[in-house]
Design a protein around this ligand. Structure first.
Ligand code: FAD
Length: 405
């Protein structure tokens, strides 16, 4: 009897036998030709104009001119209507952007851009008045006004309903007091989409979103925060001290801010998941090249079974997360609100990205610990994804509760 392990080699192979073609181009069904063209043009831009500055921007944070340049290229409004300066594309175009930004080799840069394109501006597009869209969305798409999103506070992150920033009605105005922390783009932003409490007794119906210009008196950037990774991005502690805004600064419906922000978080999580998978894939690819080159005991390290199996494990993790992200993105694009699947995709993609980056460091040996090879940076950058946009624990809770538990 032929053993299963030797069967393929022993079998008489007729000339027409099908052979696996491991390098054949494979396109997932969610993508079409125009997505491939978009991918190629973004890749060219990212590799030529962003990646060469990755090291420098780790020290200095990336310049605001990245936004204006991406605005010129139409990359900040891929899925927004042409009437607002967008490209009129679909949601999958945003996934392509998130994936291709990983070729800049700078998690902080990718995050700063994603906060602008997929976190702060979507609520303006969905809930904003025409005047708000003209004032904030149009210049944001052009890259002339940079946005940030303020949910987290020093005393409330996971517990969004526990935020303390208050907005109190005063005649025709609202007066805002409080603080927000860990705010990406908070130092450089021209305006913020802010979640504030407008009715302390109304529970989840007591929150409202506001659009606030940075130059409004009382809007203070208290501190630029130092962090483990994502160094190319800026992260701020913001304070609001008697910030007076007119009634038309309200974004969406009064009292519906909690639900508006829960909607926003779905897109944020999906884009983060897409970035996690693409980042893991990029780290895998670089490490594969290294494993084929690096010699030990007279052979390339990739020829050791233990290393080969590490790649097999990583590929399996990446592919499973990718399928989840793509299928869920397709459902989201087609009008579904698949909160459970988005949470699963976000949880799984963030976890496997950290596991893959960690294993890539291991495969690099000492080189993996050195800055020069860039793998340690991927690990530091990716580590955020298990915390930001909802921690692993919160994702598990959302998933568990979705079963009525
Ligand atoms: C670099 C960076 C950039 C960020 N950018 C932004 C931004 O632009 N805008 C913004 O608003 N926020 C931003 N955040 C904040 C981020 O979303 C929060 O840090 C995150 O939601 C967790 O909140 P927290 O830090 O307050 O942790 P906490 O809520 O204090 O959680 C601490 C721990 O307790 C666990 N925990 C809490 N509640 C539960 C529960 N019910 N069940 C089980 N475990 C629980 C958490 O999972 C975690 O392990 C950013 C954070 C970082 C680090």
């Amino acid at each position: 009897m032929t053993s299963p392990a030797s069967a393929p080699a022993d079998a008489a192979a007729p000339s027409e036998v099908l052979k696996p073609d491991f390098s054949a181009p494979r396109r997932h069904f969610i993508f079409q030709d125009h997505h491939d063209e978009l991918r190629e043009s973004i890749r060219r831009f990212v590799v030529k104009e962003l990646a060469p500055h990755a090291e420098e921007w780790e020290e200095t944070t990336f310049p605001d001119s990245v936004f204006t340049r991406m605005g010129e290229l139409g990359l900040l409004g891929l899925s927004y209507p042409e009437s607002y300066g967008g490209q009129g594309g679909d949601y999958i175009s945003n996934i392509v952007l998130a994936e291709e930004m990983t070729h800049a080799d700078s998690g902080g840069l990718a995050m700063g851009v994603a906060v602008h394109t997929d976190m702060a501006t979507p609520p303006i597009h969905l809930f904003g008045t025409e005047e708000q869209k003209q004032r904030y969305l149009v210049p944001a798409i052009r890259g002339e006004r940079i946005s940030c999103l303020g949910i987290t506070e020093p005393d409330a992150g996971s517990d969004v309903a526990g935020i303390k920033t208050r907005a109190v009605r005063d005649g025709d105005d609202w007066v805002i007091n409080g603080s927000k922390t860990y705010i990406t783009n908070g130092v450089r932003a021209d305006f913020i989409v802010l979640v504030a409490k407008t009715d302390a007794d109304a529970g989840y119906d007591g929150f409202t979103l506001f659009l606030i210009d940075k130059e409004t008196p009382g809007f203070i950037v208290e501190n630029k925060l130092e962090k483990l990774g994502m160094h190319a991005s800026d992260t701020a502690l913001l304070a609001f001290s008697d910030v007076r805004v007119p009634h038309d600064a309200i974004l969406g419906e009064i009292g519906k801010g909690f639900y508006h922000i829960m909607w926003e978080l779905q897109g944020e999580r999906l884009i983060g998941a897409a970035g996690s998978v693409a980042g893991a894939q990029r780290c895998f690819d670089k490490t594969l090249a290294y494993a084929k080159e690096r010699q030990a005991f007279g052979r390339s390290i990739g020829r050791f079974q233990v290393i080969r199996h590490k790649f097999a494990e990583m590929a399996t993790k990446i592919e499973s997360a990718r399928q989840m992200v793509y299928t869920t993105a397709w459902r989201f694009m087609n009008g579904e609100y698949p909160v459970r699947e988005i949470s699963i995709a976000k949880l799984h993609a963030s976890r496997i990205a950290v596991e893959v980056a960690d294993e890539c460091i291991q495969i690099h040996g000492g080189a993996g610990y050195m800055k020069e090879y860039g793998v340690e940076r991927v690990w530091r950058d990716m580590r955020l994804n298990r915390i930001g946009a909802g921690t692993d624990e919160i994702m598990l809770d959302v998933i568990g509760r979705s079963y009525g538990l």
